[in-house]
Design a protein around this ligand. Structure first.
Ligand code: ATP
Ligand code: MG
Length: 407
């Protein structure tokens, strides 16, 4: 087991430069690689795709499957520590790597996040401490479970326990008949049925926890989803009621401590309309990695979520981040590269890049498909009204949905 901390720019006895590894080569891996390289680390990405966004920019790209023993051995041989950038990475692969290298987050935490059933019982035990509960739900694994579903969980959303993301593996159901049909459609895999809640808003909290249990945090972001995919993140003081923000932070920290989490963790919350002035907080799910809703930290904070992932896994100190600019992030899905008739087009970068405080991040994907995350645009500024007005312009120029605000 290599020793922590791993300092950047160092060379070991065998002449190997300090190298950090990541399982997965998507955009989160790419932004992680950029952060690690800026600090002076070499990087290694394991991803089967020859054209993966992170593989293209990393010192090493091990083109192998996530369970490939040889690929994992190669990654462990190259790297002082390993992280992951997507949550469906096989937990067994992380376990294999952990036999010889520090792995953050660990297989156990990733395993919990991969299974909504485990995740919910974990939330009940940990977020409950902060007075935040899950949506009312039932586990459906057998026909008997289906029969036993209480009527007050309907209408609801049937979600597969495993392998869901961006709203995939979810079916909205109004009554018992639709529920039964939906479970057949999901091939009778283990599922949870969640009661459909009246959402006032959605938010997420990102924290980083070190090997020593120290935690640093970003303030909660307010998120807007369109068709189950994140569209907009608004990050500035006053984006949500202070009491709810504090409670979401406390719940997130409690969740991280409860599983001895190491690395960057994002927890998603709903604000539901319970008749009270500000509404009540409900914990939805967690992502054991940096998160799309934290991309604004690259441009609006002095330390980004990717910097913190690097620090946490390598055993470096975790600086408390400071947000220096108000920010609104707009996700750029493949739809922005298609016109009304589905023909390819180039988004109007000329106009978008002329906007004050506009930061464009494209992930190096050449094939634009509807719903595919191609990049994001963060608007930063000194005041909320200005940032909102500019985000409104950007959304109009690029034809982006989900942003309701603006001057
Ligand atoms: P992600 O990409 O965040 O991993 P996911 O596919 O895991 O997404 P969820 O976060 O469970 O899916 O749900 C996606 C979106 O669907 C939520 O952000 C929310 O807008 C809506 N949604 C999910 N569950 C509920 C619910 N119980 N009541 C109302 N809306 C919900
Ligand atoms: Mg989600």
């Amino acid at each position: 087991m290599s020793a922590l901390p791993i300092f950047p720019g160092t060379v070991d006895a065998a002449g190997q430069p300090a190298t950090l590894g990541v399982m997965g080569g998507g955009q989160l891996g790419r932004m992680f690689v950029h952060a690690a390289q800026r600090l002076g680390y070499f990087t290694a990405v394991l991803d089967p795709d020859a054209h993966s966004p992170a593989g293209r920019v990393s010192h090493h790209h091990i083109q192998a499957g996530y369970r490939d023993a040889q690929g994992l051995a190669q990654l462990a041989a190259l790297c002082g520590a390993v992280t992951t950038e997507f949550e469906n990475v096989p937990a067994a692969a992380l376990q294999t790597l952990a036999a010889s290298r520090p792995v953050a987050p660990g297989a156990a935490a990733v395993g919990i996040a991969q299974d909504r059933i485990q995740e919910k019982s974990h939330f009940t035990a940990s977020a409950g401490v902060a007075g935040v509960s899950c949506a009312p739900y039932a586990v459906i694994q057998t026909p008997a479970d289906l029969q036993a579903v209480p009527a007050d969980l309907l209408p609801g959303i049937l979600k597969t326990a495993r392998m869901g993301y961006d709203g995939k593996g979810q079916i909205r159901v109004r009554d018992a008949a639709e529920l039964a049909a939906a479970w057949v459609e999901l091939e009778r895999v283990a599922c949870v049925l969640e009661k459909m809640l009246p959402l006032k808003a959605e938010c997420s909290v990102i924290v980083a926890r070190g090997w020593n249990g120290a935690i640093v945090r970003f303030a909660p972001q307010r998120n807007v989803h369109v068709d189950g995919i994140l569209a907009v993140t608004e990050a500035y003081e006053g984006n949500m009621p202070a009491a709810l923000a504090e409670r979401a932070q406390a719940a997130t920290e409690s969740i991280a401590h409860h599983i001895g989490y190491v690395g960057v963790l994002c927890v998603e919350f709903f604000v539901i309309d319970d008749g009270s002035e500000h509404g009540a907080l409900v914990v939805n799910e967690m992502a054991p990695r940096p998160h799309n809703s934290g991309h604004y930290t690259l441009d609006a904070c002095d330390v980004s979520q990717f910097d913190l992932q690097v620090h946490a896994m390598a055993g470096l100190p975790l600086p408390q981040p400071r947000q220096h600019s108000k920010a609104i992030m707009l996700n750029l899905l493949g739809d922005a590269w298609l016109d009304a008739t589905g023909q390819p087009r180039t988004p109007d970068w000329q106009a978008a890049l002329a906007l004050p405080g506009a930061h464009l991040h494209l992930y190096g994907k050449t094939d634009a498909r509807p719903g595919r995350k191609m990049g994001h645009l963060t608007i930063t500024g000194a005041d909320v009204a200005g940032v909102k007005a500019t985000a409104r312009q950007a959304a109009d120029i690029l034809g982006l949905p989900g942003f309701e605000g603006g001057a």
